[in-house]
Design a protein around this ligand. Structure first.
Ligand code: ZN
Length: 143
């Protein structure tokens, strides 16, 4: 598995953590209850991975025609199970970088991009530039 290791000055890391903090807090609001209900928490570099337990069941019930098996919220990566996080880790870490760049604007930018692609008759997920970047850097994977 290819992993993205970020080497950068501490100030940049701190700025990225702070800039993405609103989404990371949202991720923690999911991860902490999930952990209390049996999910596994694991720190990987400057991210927190949460997988398994009841979280896996919740995620599989969410409506998503591409079948949601992993989701990144700031520096928190949620996954159906540990295998999903291992398989999708590089892809999800590209999203972490996107959160660090876009900060609080990432959510609206992602949604507007999906809307724009949908209005153009394209797949709102696969044609989304943020997903295309994550697929390009994170490599292809199978669900
Ligand atoms: Zn993605």
């Amino acid at each position: 598995m290819r992993t993205i290791r970020l080497r950068r000055p501490r100030l940049n890391l701190a700025a990225g953590l702070l800039w993405a903090a609103p989404y990371s807090l949202l991720g923690l609001l999911v991860a902490v209850p999930a952990w209390a209900l049996g999910a596994r928490l694991r720190r990987v570099d400057h991210t927190l991975e949460c997988s398994g337990g009841a979280l896996g069941g919740w995620m599989l019930r969410l409506p998503n025609r591409h079948r949601l098996v992993a989701l990144t919220l700031g520096h928190v990566i949620l996954g159906v199970d540990a295998a999903a996080l291992q398989r999708l880790g590089t892809h999800e870490r590209v999203h972490v970088q996107q959160y660090e760049i876009w900060g609080p604007f990432f959510g609206p930018a992602y949604l507007l991009e999906s809307l724009w692609q949908g209005l153009r008759g394209r797949d709102p997920y696969l044609a989304n530039r943020f997903e295309r970047q994550a697929y390009a850097k994170g490599g292809p994977f199978t669900i």
